[in-house]
Design a protein around this ligand. Sequence first.
Ligand code: SAM
Ligand code: F3S
Length: 436
Amino acid sequence: MNTFYVWTIGCQMNFADSWRLERELGRLGFREAPRAEDADLVVLNTCVVRQHAEDKCVGRLTSLKGWKRRAAGRMLVVMGCFVGDEEALLRAYPYVDLFLKPSDYVSLVHYLCDHDLLPRWDTDALASPLREDGEVPVSMHVPISYGCDHHCTYCIVRLRRGAERSRPLPEIVGEIRSLVGRGVREVTLLGQNVDSYGHDLPPPAGRERPPHLADLLHAIHEIDGLYRIRFLTSHPADLRSEVIEAAAALPRVCPHFELPVQAGDDEVLRRMGRGYTVAQYRDLIARIREQVPGCSIATDVIVGFPGETEAQYQATFDLLEELRFDAVHVAAYSVRPGTPAARLPDDVPQEEKERRRQAIDDLQARIVGEINAQFLGRDVEVLVEREKKGRWEGRTATNKLVYYPDEDRDWQGRLARVRVTWAGPWSMIGEVVRKA
Ligand code: SAM
Ligand code: F3S
């Protein structure tokens, strides 16, 4: 086997895992093929958070059946949240060689070594991932915990990813230090619920309690050469005041929060198993905005949850209008087999779910358009990630996408001061402000 292709859909965690897996395969001597059909080894990194995502995975899996059967020695691997009951999966997809639990790409590396499937033998093959070589992007996602201990009744992710497991703090800090040494300037700390980071770890020597997210933010903040630290996703019931304080006090911690509310009605929140009320959520947002002025906040919302009445949906709409988020990721409720909510009648018709989803999307486009218009004529600091179609692309600390032209300088990985000349809901355009 010489070539590989990794196909990925879903959350940032999947993309972070795939990035690491691709680097590992490259290190083991594999070359990346341009298409799945041209590769010897294909890995599908899957998502089943909603039916639509699951359908895409099934489609991709089915489309590769012919490819797999046409030549001996090809290998098809499926990882990610599609992988639940492995025996049932093997019966349904007998042509798949290996199913791996979400984020368990290291088992693939072991499998390839154990079965002598490497293009060339490398005695270091089992060394820890992310060695000190290879190119890195300006901004990288770094998983800090896997799994989730919450019990949101609609969510299949926690069933597939299992209980929360935090990575040891020194391991994360060491990895980020090495990434920064290789050119990374921004890290996004990833977890299903970053706010409960550390609760499953032993206390470090000399301390009485395990580390939490604020400790991690402080430790990472010490790393020279790192410009920005982001973290997601937060859980409204777990976000500690120390994290808000860290975002306020530590200049490299971005003043940006991803805080899913999911619904604006207490009864719906209770049935979703979210563990907070609308009033508590509203207070939390007020506290964050008071302590971190100028911060941005994004949220997630589900419309059409079982039993959601028009009035309950309207309460969500009104809350979003009142709180004016910088981004709202809105999804129509999708029944996920095996979750507690799947036992409730899915009684909001599909067209009605779609109407509610679209209305919130439209509301949010207006709100964020208004928020972003306030930046017109103002200067913002942009961390430049790449050049795209003749313009530099980067984001503000508050996660606003900004483009600007400048042929005179290579800006990748640098902080630029940009005067905003155009602002739309999804991005802004500006011109670089040169130092006098
Ligand atoms: N950990 C995050 C949290 O605290 O809510 C979210 C993780 S979840 C994988 C990502 C988003 O997908 C959720 O915030 C929710 O809005 C959406 N989602 C999850 N299950 C869903 C379902 N059954 N139907 C529709 N949307 C769903
Ligand atoms: Fe899912 Fe809720 Fe955790 S949405 S990933 S159970 S916080």
